[in-house]
Design a protein around this ligand. Structure first.
Ligand code: HEM
Ligand code: HEM
Length: 134
């Protein structure tokens, strides 16, 4: 069974949810429910990334591997790890009791989140190149 379409679908959902979540945090903070939407969409994004990664892993394994042999896989894998860190930082903002620590966590979360989105864009471009679409 060809898992590639499922890999692409899961990663597209992950990317689209993250873009919308970040746009909400940037432009819709006046809306009372922005944080709930940002959190929910980003959790959907990270879950989809994990599913997409698992599908890619099985796909590569079934062809005999090795894993992470192409730039696409390396960048994609790093983007997933960064997403987990950004998610952690997001929750840590609300655990922190110290004003200065909270401000640093927010800054780290904002910039790591933007870097994460950029990495996903590179992973997608490399993936499209790999599949011969670009
Ligand atoms: C956010 C988007 C994406 C991420 C994070 C991602 C991540 C990954 C990762 C981590 C692997 C390697 C798994 C391993 O080596 O065990 C992989 C493999 C692969 N991905 Fe993606 N992917 C994304 C989107 C895409 C897209 C859009 C395409 C094609 C249109 C694509 C095509 C492929 C192919 C063909 C492989 C197999 C590579 C091989 O045989 O080594 N991916 N992906
Ligand atoms: C992988 C998941 C996540 C990503 C990629 C992400 C990304 C981002 C980005 C890029 C921003 C800055 C938007 C801007 O103003 O330009 C932001 C803001 C924010 N995010 Fe997230 N986020 C994620 C998950 C979460 C979670 C789970 C929470 C809460 C539990 C959270 C809470 C916040 C808060 C409170 C802000 C505003 C920070 C401030 O006031 O500077 N995020 N997020």
């Amino acid at each position: 069974m060809n898992l590639l379409p499922f890999h692409i679908t899961a990663m597209s959902i992950a990317f689209a949810s993250m873009v919308v979540a970040i746009c909400i945090a940037h432009w819709s903070k006046k809306n009372k429910r922005w944080l709930k939407a940002h959190k929910t969409l980003n959790i959907i994004s990270v879950v989809s990334l994990i599913i997409g990664f698992t599908l890619a892993f099985i796909m590569v394994q079934s062809t005999g591997g090795p894993h992470f042999r192409v730039d696409h896989g390396i960048i994609g894998g790093m983007a997933l790890l960064l997403s987990l860190c950004v998610l952690y930082l997001g929750f840590a903002i609300f655990k922190s009791k110290d004003k200065h620590e909270t401000a640093s966590l927010k800054k780290a979360h904002r910039w790591a989140g933007r870097a994460d989105l950029l990495m996903l864009i590179f992973a997608i471009l490399e993936g499209l190149d790999l599949a011969g679409i670009l």
